[in-house]
Design a protein around this ligand. Structure first.
Ligand code: TTP
Ligand code: MG
Ligand code: MG
Length: 442
C-alpha cells in the first residue's frame, strides 16, 4: 500500500493520513482519500527513526474497553490500601483528576467519577500484548514501564515497505483494532526528544521533533522537561536563577559540571538536544515473531504456504539484524471463531535461517490444514540466544546445507539491491494473484 508511494516520501512537503495511511500529494487539511483531519506532516517526517510509544490512560482505557457502558463516563482506577489514584481517563482529567492524587481529593474534583479497583494481572497481560506488537516492528524495543517503550526503527524501512513514521501510525491503528486501547507516539532522532514528543498530543497523538527545530523548541521549555530534573533539583536551579532550558544552552559545560556534578553534564547535553543513548532491547525478550490477519479466512494450504514463507523471511531478517537466533519454532493460528492454536517444535540448534524456520513451520502447518478456516497465521522463534552457535553446517542433511548457503547468497544480494531483488519460489508471484492476503500486521 505505502510501497507504491515510496518516491514522493522523499519530499518533506508531503505528509500521510494517520487513518488510511495514504500518502498526501497536496497541502490539504483533510485526507484526500478518507477525509480524516489526522494528517502527519513534518520536514523530517521520513528521516527520523527513534520512537517512544506510551499507552493513553492505560489502566482506565482497559477498564473502558472491558465495560463499554463506561465509555463516556469519567473513570478513575485506584483506591485500595494506599487510597490514591493510579490513573484517570481523559474525561476525568478534564475535571482535574491526576495520577497519585489522594482518592478523596479526586472525588471532590469529580464526584460523578466511577472508581474501579486496579486489576494488575489484567494490565500486565495487556502490557505484554502491546509489547509483543512492538516487537513485531523491530527487535530494538526497550520497555520503560508497563505501558511504554522506546523503539529504534532504523533500517526497518525495507522490511516494512514504509518509513518509521508510517509504521508508527499503522501500529497505533493495530493496537486500537486488536487490543481496544489507544497509544500516543513520539518520533525524533534521540531518546530524550522521542519521549518528550510522545507526551505532546495525548491521547492518540503522533508528534515529531526534528533535528532542525530541537534547539529552538528546547529553549522555550522549563528545566523540568529534562530527564532527572524533579521538583527538588528544579528548586535548586531556580535558586541559581535558571528556569528554562534555553538558559542552560548558554552555559558552559565546565561551569554546569562544577555546580551540579554529573547532572551538570546531562543538563549541558540534553539542553542542546544531544543524546546518543542507544535503544537496548528488552534483555528478557522471549521471542521474535511475525503474523498476518487475513482479509478473508483461509483454509487452503496453497494459500497459507506463501504467507508462511514471507513471514518466516521477516522473522529471519529480524534475527539476523539483531544477531540472535531461536531454538524453538512456534506456529500460531487463529481460527474463524477466534480460537488460538499454537504448535511448537524444538530444534537441535538455534536457527536464524528463514528456510529452517519455514520448513519447521510448514511441517507443523500441514498437521493443522484439516479444512479449518484460519483468520490469522503467525510464525516465530523463542529460546533466544546469540547467533554464534546458530545453524552449524549440517553434514547429515546435504539439502538443508545447500539451502543455508543459498540463503546466505540471497541475503547478500538483497543487502545490495533490496528485498525485491530476489524472490523465492514460494513468494514469487504472490503479489500478482487476484486476491492476495495482505498482511495488516507483522
Ligand atoms: P502513565 O503512562 O504515566 O499514565 P497513563 O497511561 O495512565 O496516562 P497517559 O495517557 O498520560 O500516559 O502510567 C501508566 C500506568 O501506570 C497508568 O495507567 C497507571 C499506572 N500508574 C500508577 O499506578 N501510578 C502513577 O502515579 C502513575 C503515573 C501511573
Ligand atoms: Mg501511559
Ligand atoms: Mg507510561
Amino acid at each position: 500500500m505505502f510501497a507504491a508511494m515510496a518516491a514522493p516520501v522523499n519530499n518533506p512537503d508531503h505528509g500521510f493520513c494517520r487513518d488510511c495511511l495514504t500518502f498526501q500529494r497536496s497541502e490539504t487539511r483533510r485526507c484526500e482519500r478518507c477525509g480524516s483531519p489526522r494528517l502527519a506532516r513534518h520536514p523530517e517526517l521520513y528521516r527520523l527513526h527513534l520512537a517512544h510509544i506510551d499507552c493513553d490512560a492505560f489502566y482506565a482505557a482497559i477498564e473502558k474497553r472491558d465495560n463499554p457502558a463506561l465509555k463516556d463516563r469519567p473513570v478513575i482506577v485506584g483506591g485500595g490500601k494506599r487510597g490514591v489514584v493510579s490513573t484517570a481517563c481523559y474525561i476525568a482529567r478534564i475535571h482535574g483528576v491526576r495520577s497519585a492524587m489522594p482518592m478523596f481529593k479526586a472525588l471532590e474534583a469529580c464526584p460523578e467519577a466511577v472508581v474501579i479497583p486496579p486489576d494488575m494481572e489484567k494490565y500486565v497481560r495487556v502490557g505484554r500484548e502491546v509489547r509483543a506488537l512492538m516487537q513485531a516492528l523491530t527487535p530494538l524495543v526497550e520497555p520503560l514501564s508497563i505501558d511504554e517503550a522506546f523503539l529504534d526503527l532504523s533500517g526497518t524501512e525495507r522490511l516494512h515497505g514504509m518509513p518509521p513514521a508510517v509504521v508508527l501510525a499503522r501500529f497505533a491503528l493495530t493496537v486500537e483494532k486488536e487490543l481496544g486501547i489507544t497509544v500516543s507516539a513520539g518520533l525524533s532522532y534521540c531518546k530524550f526528544l522521542a519521549k518528550v514528543a510522545s507526551d505532546f498530543r495525548k491521547p492518540r497523538g503522533l508528534s515529531v521533533i526534528g533535528e532542525a527545530e530541537a534547539l529552538g523548541f528546547l529553549a522555550e521549555q522549563p528545566v523540568t522537561l529534562i530527564w532527572g530534573v524533579g521538583k527538588a533539583f528544579a528548586a535548586s536551579l531556580e535558586r541559581d536563577g535558571i528556569r528554562t532550558v534555553g538558559q542552560l544552552q548558554h552555559m558552559e559545560r565546565g561551569d554546569l559540571m562544577r555546580r551540579y556534578g554529573v547532572m551538570g553534564d546531562r543538563l549541558y547535553h540534553l539542553s542542546r538536544g544531544e543524546d546518543d543513548r542507544r535503544v537496548h532491547p528488552d534483555s528478557d525478550a522471549k521471542s521474535v515473531s511475525a503474523e498476518t490477519t487475513f482479509d478473508t479466512d483461509i483454509s487452503a494450504m496453497a494459500e497459507l504456504v506463501p504467507v508462511l514463507r514471507a513471514l518466516s523471511e521477516k522473522v529471519s531478517a529480524r534475527l539476523k539484524k539483531s544477531g540472535i537466533a531461536g531454538r524453538t519454532v512456534v506456529l500460531k493460528l487463529k481460527t474463524q471463531d477466534f480460537k488460538l492454536r499454537t504448535r511448537n517444535r524444538h530444534l537441535g540448534d538455534p536457527t536464524r535461517l528463514a528456510d529452517r524456520i519455514f520448513q519447521t513451520g510448514l511441517d507443523l502447518l500441514r498437521r493443522e490444514a484439516d479444512g479449518t478456516k484460519y483468520r490469522l497465521l503467525g510464525i516465530g522463534v523463542n529460546d533466544l540466544s546469540d547467533d554464534d552457535k546458530a545453524d552449524p553446517p549440517d553434514l547429515v542433511d546435504i539439502q538443508s546445507r545447500k539451502r543455508a548457503l543459498a540463503e546466505g547468497a540471497i541475503d547478500t544480494l538483497r543487502g545490495k539491491f533490496g528485498k525485491k531483488a530476489v524472490e523465492t519460489g514460494y513468494t514469487f508471484g504472490k503479489g500478482r494473484s487476484t486476491n492476495p492476503p495482505e498482511p495488516i500486521e507483522d
